[in-house]
Every structure is written in structure tokens, then in C-alpha cells.
Ligand binder design. Structure first.
Ligand code: SF4
Length: 263
């Protein structure tokens, strides 16, 4: 979709948290007519989402979303944020899924100048994880999404309190964000893997149910919150910052200005 057809920035200057504009309202009415009806396939084929992309971490549950969405929209671009800090197993798994599913992969990386300025020794994650996520994930994602008006994430409600009310579609800054698996349970995901004989992330059986960058992910014990292994060096951090609120806007500046990663 071209910006000449729709310029969401014109209507998002005072976007209320949880608000629904005319565009979002039409999608909801058309594809989610009741609490128990969700036409995800219809939604993904709506003309307004013609330029949508998947953003995938190629984590433990990613194969299900990639298989599901590309089954509806073959050839849809899949963006991978290569932070430079991933487990080698994740990169190998990514390549295996690209081959298995025929994915149209787009790899985006942090700006080398920004890394040289902000994280010259590659250890910013240890002292300022929010700043590290900002320069290695958030900025590259914003660049990758610059030309699209919507994107697809793999988040689910069962992943924790901060995602408990996750909607199927929402505003993310000026874009529409789709969360096709928002209402799926962990059991639904596992069943999907088995039904379609999808390969597992090699670290999953080693106790990693949620997999991010290597320095910021640890194995979890049986019964522990699956996301408890993320950012163990910063217990109050649970998100990488790529999932903006409805009125989210980025202002670029020094990512290391403070330990909260405010820019
Ligand atoms: S998850 Fe860790 S290493 Fe990866 S970008 Fe965030 S702070 Fe940096």
C-alpha cells in the first residue's frame, strides 16, 4: 500500500491508548464479528494489508506462525533482526526454516556507526540492556518497517501479564500490528507443530522455552515462567522495546544516555 492511499500519521497525532480508529474498526467488524469468530485468513488478505511483513525472532515457537502465515500469504517478507548477539543455534534454525518453508527472508542489522559510538566493545547488554535493545533491535526494526504500513508479530496472551490483554489487531505507532496467535494457547502451538511436523529450535529441549540474544537468555527450570530466562541481568525488563504502544514514537539520540534506555 502506498502512502498516497493512506497516511496514518495524519490521524495518529493524539492516538488514545486502546483506541480504535475507522480503519482498525473496519477490520475488526469485518474479520472479528464476535468474540468467538476470527477470520485471520480474511484479515491477512485484506487489501489494506498488502504490504505487511512478518517480524520473526526464529525462537522456540516461531515456526508455527511462519508456517501459518506463509500458508495464507506465500512469499510474504520475513524480517529477522540480526542483533549480532544471537545463539549460533538460532541462526542455524533460521536457515533451516528458510529452506523448509521457502521463506523470503530479509535480515536487518544495527547501524555500524551507531554500534561504534554506543557499544564499541559489544558489551552494552551487561550495563544497559534497554540501550542495547534500542540500537540493536528497535532502531533496525524502525528502519525495516519504514516503507510498510503494517506488520505481524508472534506474541501470545499466555506469554505473561504484560501480554494478557493482547488484541488480534492494534496500532503500533502509525502502523497496524497483527497478532494472529494472540488467542492461541501454548497447547495450540504445540499441537500445530505436531500436526505440521515442524522442526524444533535446538535449544528448546535444553530448557529454553523463550529464546532471545545469547547474553540475555538463560535456561529456565521446570514450572518456571517461560520468559523468566529473558534478561536475567535486569529482572524488571520483560520486553525488548520493539513493541510500541499505540502512540509510540521514536526520537533518535544516544541510547546510552541512561540505564532506562530513554533516548
Ligand atoms: S536482548 Fe540483550 S544482547 Fe540482545 S539487543 Fe537486547 S540487551 Fe542487547
Amino acid at each position: 500500500m502506498s502512502t498516497s492511499e493512506h497516511d496514518p500519521s495524519n490521524e495518529m497525532s493524539s492516538w488514545p491508548m486502546g483506541g480504535v480508529d475507522a480503519e482498525l474498526g473496519r477490520l475488526q467488524t469485518t474479520y472479528f464479528p464476535s468474540l468467538i469468530e476470527a477470520d485471520i485468513a480474511g484479515l491477512l488478505n485484506d487489501p489494506i494489508l498488502a504490504d505487511t511483513v512478518i517480524v520473526s525472532s526464529f525462537g522456540a515457537e516461531s515456526a508455527a506462525l511462519l508456517h501459518y502465515v506463509t500458508g495464507i500469504r506465500p512469499g510474504i517478507p520475513v524480517i529477522f533482526l540480526d542483533t549480532g548477539k544471537h545463539f549460533p543455534e538460532t541462526l542455524a534454525y533460521r536457515d533451516a526454516l528458510v529452506g523448509r518453508l521457502g521463506l523470503r527472508l530479509i535480515v536487518t542489522r544495527p547501524d555500524t556507526g551507531t554500534l561504534a559510538d554506543e557499544d564499541p566493545h559489544g558489551q552494552l547488554y551487561a550495563v544497559n540492556p534497554n540501550g542495547c535493545c534500542t540500537i540493536r533491535k528497535t532502531f533496525p526494526l524502525q528502519d525495516a518497517l519504514a516503507e510498510v504500513s503494517s506488520w505481524i508479530s508472534g506474541r501470545k496472551r499466555f506469554q505473561g501479564a504484560s501480554r494478557a490483554a493482547l488484541p488480534l489487531i492494534e496500532r503500533d505507532g502509525t502502523r497496524i500490528k497483527l497478532n494472529p496467535f494472540a488467542l492461541w494457547s501454548r497447547e495450540d502451538i504445540q499441537a500445530y507443530f505436531e500436526t505440521h511436523d515442524l522442526p524444533r529450535h535446538p535449544l528448546e529441549t535444553a530448557g529454553y522455552p523463550s529464546i532471545g540474544c545469547a547474553p540475555c537468555t538463560r535456561a529456565v527450570a521446570a514450572g518456571e515462567d517461560p520468559r523468566a530466562g529473558r534478561w536475567p541481568q535486569m529482572p524488571d525488563k520483560s520486553e525488548c522495546g520493539i513493541h510500541l504502544g499505540p502512540d509510540g514514537h521514536f526520537v533518535r539520540g544516544s541510547a546510552t544516555r541512561n540505564t532506562k534506555g530513554e533516548t
